[in-house]
Design a protein around this ligand. Structure first.
Ligand SMILES: Cc1cc2nc3c(=O)[nH]c(=O)nc-3n(C[C@H](O)[C@H](O)[C@H](O)COP(=O)(O)O)c2cc1C
Length: 186
């Protein structure tokens, strides 16, 4: 196959798999590792992929009081790592994170969240605060700290371990927002 077609086919597969990631509960791309750097220290954590737009913008939800939010406000450059152990595919996205500020959009997202899951955003104490007993967490009734964050991807690095040859491709967005892939030595 012509390499340009191959590279575009793989990009389409990446898109489909990320869509499956947020739509299918059991899909390994449902979760990704988000890395942030606040200027002093690095921190990584698992988050749930909530959506992906046409241009590979990712969406995740968090509590506005978490360190990742402060970190993103100081330095918007983040990395998102996905791994599928079944297909041995790794994706490393690097991009810029942005907190969604549009109140209407935020309310619409908040209203879609199940009642039980809303608990993640309504603790009285900020996430990470010390508590005496893990069964004694207090929740607010009428106040939440829901925060939705978009990650606008600038590069996507794809790696699949397979025989006879591993496959590694670096995709970058050009000035017209087209994704161009470059095969790399694995
Ligand atoms: C399976 C799994 C899914 C998680 N999903 C989220 C999520 O979608 N959003 C979130 O803020 N934290 C999520 N967490 C918790 C984070 O990994 C992290 O502990 C928390 O957000 C605090 O992060 P921070 O202190 O680095 O900001 C998840 C943890 C696990 C184990």
């Amino acid at each position: 196959m012509e390499t340009r077609i191959m590279e575009q086919n793989i990009l389409n597969t990446i898109k489909t798999e990320l869509i499956n990631g947020y739509k299918e509960k059991q899909h390994p791309f449902r979760f990704f590792t988000l890395a942030t750097f606040n200027g002093e220290s690095l921190r990584q954590r698992t988050v749930v992929l909530r959506n992906i737009l046409d241009d590979f913008t990712l969406l995740f939800y968090t509590d506005a009081r978490t360190p990742k939010v402060t970190s993103i406000q100081n330095n918007s450059t983040v990395s998102a790592l996905f791994y599928n152990p079944n297909s041995m595919i790794q994706l490393q996205l690097v991009g810029n994170a942005r907190l969604i500020k549009d109140e209407e959009k935020l309310t619409a997202l908040w209203n879609e969240i199940g009642e039980h899951s809303k608990k993640d955003y309504i603790t009285q104490l900020a996430p990470g605060s010390s508590i005496k007993n893990p069964n004694h967490v207090s929740y607010n009734i009428d106040k939440h700290h829901f925060c939705a964050v978009e990650v606008i991807a600038n590069t996507i690095e794809y790696l699949q371990l397979k025989r006879p040859n591993h496959l590694r491709i670096l995709y970058k967005k050009d000035e017209s927002n087209n994704w161009l892939g470059q095969f790399l030595t694995p």
